[in-house]
Design a protein around this ligand. Structure first.
Ligand code: NAD
Ligand code: TDX
Length: 352
């Protein structure tokens, strides 16, 4: 070990980030590397179809150590996790609802068993705090046209296999806290958007298809509502929950930005100068949740968090990222993505 490295590790706090090569995990790693110079990060990721080390290519290994590993594999987790580290941030997950409808087993394995393996490791290795990155979807669906919101007291009523696996993971996190006194925090956020999101999710799918003049598949009547947040705002809220949150608590994160899917799609097409005629209404998603909307009162009051990026600014930044990174888009839309797309939508994509 060089003297420089020795000095670094003496003063550094180590955090273990799982899923740090994915969309939100990589944004979180980037935030810590750029703004928390006393943190070194072990980024533990299995590099599934959604994991992409290109997402962090600008960083060297000074404070960012990447370990390829699977959170369901105890040996790999226990070998990679050092004793007494500051936190585990568990972003690793199977994260796409449509895939969970097609096949749920991978979701149970990674999202439920994987979380439990990490909780066991946190206890065995005296990790100071365990942060579980969860989702508003665990609370089910809200009625439209009503002034109702998800709060931390809302019951867990997951509707999709994905949401059920995330809700289940939350129960195991709670159980580790209640039974063994593990210091835990759960954050539940709404729909994220930003650069580097895999184009299976609505916003990057629309941008990528529109840039190629391909049809935009919109489920049902297009009037489903999501509460959108720019990914960096989500990551700042997670960091605050880790720093200031109460052990055993859950925190709902949202930017008070409800939008109907049809309006989101039209805004993107307008920004790209593409015709609305690209929109193609397709058969609805099974069990499609009608509306998500988050009351972010607790993170605002208790943690002093508020979003920094408006919808207009965030969407413009996101579109710009995809425009400037068409190679990234073309690479992730090649190969297996085409089979996935054809299977789900019955249409070809990305074929020039
Ligand atoms: P993503 O699909 O982009 O990334 C998931 C990452 O986890 C990938 O890098 C993948 O390689 C890794 N991974 C998957 N299985 C693994 C395993 N068994 N072991 C180790 N690594 C594994 O997901 P995302 O959108 O960045 O979501 C990150 C987390 O945030 C997830 O837990 C998700 O449930 C949660 N979340 C997402 C959103 C959203 O809008 N995307 C909103 C709220 C919460
Ligand atoms: O082709 C599409 N057409 C369409 O109409 C796709 C991919 C989506 N949609 C609709 C379904 C939803 O109403 O757009 C909305 C957003 O869909 P997704 O991007 O798939 O997100 P959602 O199902 O809302 O879940 C997301 O938010 C919560 C993330 O994928 C989850 O990981 C997160 O937990």
């Amino acid at each position: 070990m060089t003297a420089h490295r020795l000095l670094l590790t003496t003063f550094m706090k180590t955090v273990f980030v799982t899923g740090g090569a994915g969309f939100i995990g990589s944004a979180f790693v980037r935030l810590l590397l750029e703004e928390n110079s006393d943190f070194e990060i072990i980024n533990f990721d299995a590099l599934t179809y959604a994991g992409n080390l290109e997402n962090l290519k600008e960083f060297d290994e000074t404070r960012h150590k990447f370990v390829k590993g699977d959170i369901t594999n105890r040996e790999e987790v226990f070998n990679a996790l050092p004793d007494g580290c500051e936190a585990i941030f568990n972003f690793a997950a199977e994260s796409h609802v449509d895939r969970s409808i097609n096949s749920a087993s991978e979701f149970v394995l990674t999202n439920v068993l994987g979380t439990q393996v990490l909780l066991d490791a946190a206890r065995a290795k005296n990790v100071r705090r365990f942060c579980q990155i969860s989702t508003d979807e665990v609370m089910g669906s809200l009625p439209e046209d009503e002034n109702t919101f998800f709060t931390e007291e809302s019951p867990l009523k997951p509707n999709s296999p994905y949401a059920a696996s995330k809700a289940s993971a939350e129960h195991f996190v709670r159980a580790a806290h209640e039974t063994f006194g593990v210091d835990t925090i759960i954050t539940r956020c709404g729909n994220n958007y930003g650069g580097r999101q895999f184009p299976e999710k609505l916003i990057p799918l629309v941008i990528a298809n529109a840039m190629n003049n391909e049809p935009i598949p919109l489920y049902g009547d297009g009037k489903y509502t999501r509460d959108w947040i720019f990914v960096e705002d989500h990551c700042r809220a997670i960091r605050l929950a880790f720093e200031k949150g109460k052990s055993g608590e859950s925190y709902n994160i949202g930017a008070r930005n409800e939008r109907q899917n049809l309006d989101v799609v039209k805004s993107i097409l307008d920004a790209l100068g593409k015709p609305h005629s690209l929109i193609k209404f397709v058969t609805d998603r099974l069990g499609h949740d009608r509306r998500y909307a988050i009351d972010a009162g607790r993170v605002e009051m208790e943690l002093g968090w508020k979003p920094r990026v408006s919808w207009e600014e965030g969407l413009q930044k996101t579109i710009q990222w995809y425009r400037e990174n068409q190679d990234w888009v073309n690479r992730v839309r090649s190969g297996a993505y085409r089979d996935y797309y054809k299977n789900l939508y019955g249409m070809e994509v990305g074929v020039k």
